[in-house]
Design a protein around this ligand. Structure first.
Ligand SMILES: [Zn+2]
Length: 183
């Protein structure tokens, strides 16, 4: 059976170019989880793998954000027979999407696709703590370079990718060469 890392590499999920990442950093590679979740059988494999990491926990909500993250979080909620909740980026960080909320004192599992610096995960943790929910775990498909994420709960990472250097725009070697950013 192929590992998640092998699957990501072989499904064309790794794009080469000049990208502005969610963290604001620039990188020469981009991991497109959309490429993976657009094939439901691949999404299913990732979902089962993420759910397995947390099957022994009592979870009331699985929280996801953005397109691929939400699809995966929804699948994990189904696997764990619990509820799904959606967050959206807003001007002040993240908020729960209209119609979604978590209850105070509930146990939340955060699912996200890929992280460079962990910024999104930290904001989602804050969002949960603001409403007094307990973040009991974080499940990530992949990290780029980042080996550890200290958010005060268990973090499960399915694939740790190497060779995904990222730079602040002002020291980006691709910007220096005048290479335009990919759309
Ligand atoms: Zn650049």
């Amino acid at each position: 059976m192929r590992s998640i890392k092998e699957m990501l590499a072989s499904e064309g999920a790794v794009l080469n170019g000049h990208f502005k990442l969610a963290s604001g950093l620039h990188g020469a590679k981009f991991l497109s989880c959309a490429k993976v979740v657009s094939e439901p059988s691949h999404a299913e494999k990732i979902i089962k793998e993420l759910a397995k990491q947390f099957h022994s926990e009592r979870i009331d909500f699985v929280l996801g954000v953005n397109e691929a993250g939400a699809i995966l979080a929804h699948g994990v909620a189904r696997e764990l027979d619990t509820r799904f909740v959606l967050a959206r980026a807003s001007e002040s960080g993240f908020s729960f999407a209209r119609g979604f909320s978590v209850t105070s004192g509930s146990n939340v599992l955060i699912i996200d696709d890929v992280t460079t610096t962990g910024g999104t995960v930290l904001k989602l943790v804050d969002l949960c703590r603001k409403v007094d929910a307990n973040v009991i775990g974080v499940g990530l498909v992949a990290t780029k370079g980042l080996r550890e994420l200290n958010v005060g709960c268990r973090v499960a990472i399915l694939a740790k990718l190497d060779d995904f250097d990222a730079w602040p725009p002002e020291s980006c070697p691709l910007c220096k060469k005048g290479i335009p950013l990919n759309g």
